[in-house]
Write a protein that binds this ligand. Structure first.
Ligand code: PMP
Length: 423
């Protein structure tokens, strides 16, 4: 029976029961962490072979270039080829960089702000705004805010973004220069951008002639089901729509091999890649090609990556299953929360009773369960409805995920009942 339907007496009895459960939870002295989307140690172990590659006798790439020396700004051809195949991008339009796609995002935006996009006005010289499908990735929002963008929230449901609002805003406001997109298994609600939605984003009329879709395909190959989605050919669609330069593509191996020591990628039209390399050449003489070679030797080809991702799935899918089962068992009948059931990626979004998310996070923290702060999936860290909580179940071992989610469910219920009793 939903909470709203309980009689006052039943509600008080439930409140008492939950207060006791919560006290027991606190007494259990838990120390659990569901905050960041990090791979677990078991997942990292899958790629330990990298630690002994490329080996002391391997100092050149396939074309004979010495990987130990300066140069090769666009990255090693072998690793670019593997990810060009996986992302469905011509290899000439994909470059390989160092260990963080977030820094590639930073660089590409900094270049646009300081130099303008290929002959255009530097973005920083005028007010600049960015569309933020929400809930979204907190570091995207913080990066854009740090670079001086005004953040504009647009709704993102598990089925995709609010296209009508996006189209209206970009058509009328020249200061809107970009939109964040995590097209596959979005952080944090698992949304997947269909080909039809993508077509709209790359073809819609925009007041800014240098409007840019920041296509962060961080979870392109991170499937949790047998339905291994093929990537949408975003660059092909943009070219077809007459806007070949509209898209910046990002990806990395952070959740494929080592989160802190992987390879990142930048893609775009031939003109965009040339523009990026021109500015990048002033920032660095070249990327870590030893790491590129190590990765190319270990991963071998696109199928090698797909096989590795199935091993990741075997480790993390049971954790996602546990989240879904426990939330269903504990909260399903009360009508106090909804949650996403992602088909891939690293997160579950839990929406609780309005104006209780902050309280749920506080209660959980006091019981030794760390959650990302309420609001972190929203621009400026402010969720106007104080409703959304991001759950990251990959890092802790399964028994800890189970204990933590069970504890979170108690906190969600306690906060909901308390709010109802207060009226
Ligand atoms: N993009 C998204 C959507 C992410 O969720 C993350 C990691 N949480 C990143 C980028 C970070 O990628 P990297 O490690 O390559 O900087």
């Amino acid at each position: 029976m939903s909470l709203a339907e309980l009689s006052p007496a039943d509600l008080s009895a439930l409140a008492e029961e939950l207060t006791t459960s919560y006290a027991e939870l606190k007494d259990a002295g838990l120390k659990l962490d569901l905050t960041r989307g990090k791979p677990s140690a078991e997942q990292l172990d899958l790629s330990n072979e990298l630690l002994s590659l490329p080996g002391a006798d391997r100092t050149t790439d396939g074309s004979g270039t010495d990987i130990r020396n300066y140069g090769g700004l666009e990255g090693l051809p072998e690793i670019r080829q593997i990810f060009a195949d996986l992302l469905g991008i011509p290899v000439a339009q994909l470059i390989a960089a160092d260990n963080s796609s977030l820094s590639v995002m930073h660089d590409s935006l900094a270049f646009a702000l300081l130099h303008g996009r290929a002959g255009g006005t530097p973005w920083a010289t005028r007010p600049h705004k960015i569309l933020c499908p929400t809930p979204g990735y907190d570091r995207h929002f913080q990066l854009a805010e740090d670079l001086g963008f005004e953040l504009i929230s647009v709704d993102l449901s598990a089925d995709g973004p609010d296209l009508e609002t996006i189209k209206r805003l970009v058509a009328e406001d020249e200061a809107i220069k970009a939109i964040w997109v995590v097209p596959t298994y979005a952080n944090p609600n698992g949304a997947v951008y269909s080909e039809a939605v993508t077509r709209e984003l790359v073809s819609m009329p925009t007041a800014a002639d240098d409007f840019t879709v920041l296509w962060d395909n961080a979870y392109a190959v991170h499937h949790l089901t047998d339905d291994e989605l093929a990537p949408v050919d975003v660059l092909g669609l943009a070219a077809e729509a007459g806007n070949p330069d509209r898209v910046f593509v990002y990806a990395s191996t952070s959740k494929i091999t080592f989160a802190g020591a992987g390879v990142s990628f930048f893609g775009g039209s031939p003109a965009t890649v040339a523009w990026y390399l021109k500015h990048l050449s002033k920032r660095t003489i070249g990327p870590d090609k030893t790491n590129h070679l190590r990765h190319a030797l270990y991963l071998k080809d696109a199928d090698g990556v797909r096989a590795l991702m199935r091993r990741h799935r075997a480790i993390i899918a049971p954790k996602f299953d546990a989240v879904e089962r426990i939330l269903g068992d504990r909260l399903g009948s009360y009508g106090v929360a909804t949650w996403t059931q992602p088909h891939g990626g690293y997160f579950v979004t839990l929406d609780v009773v309005e104006n209780t998310a902050t309280e749920v996070v506080r209660l959980a923290k006091e019981a030794g369960i760390a959650l990302t702060p309420a609001g972190s999936s929203h621009p400026y860290g402010k969720d106007p409805q104080d409703r959304t909580i991001r759950i990251a179940p990959t890092f802790p071992p399964l028994d800890q995920v189970t204990a933590a989610i069970d504890g979170v469910a108690t906190c969600v219920l306690l906060a909901a009942v308390t709010k109802l009793l207060r009226g």
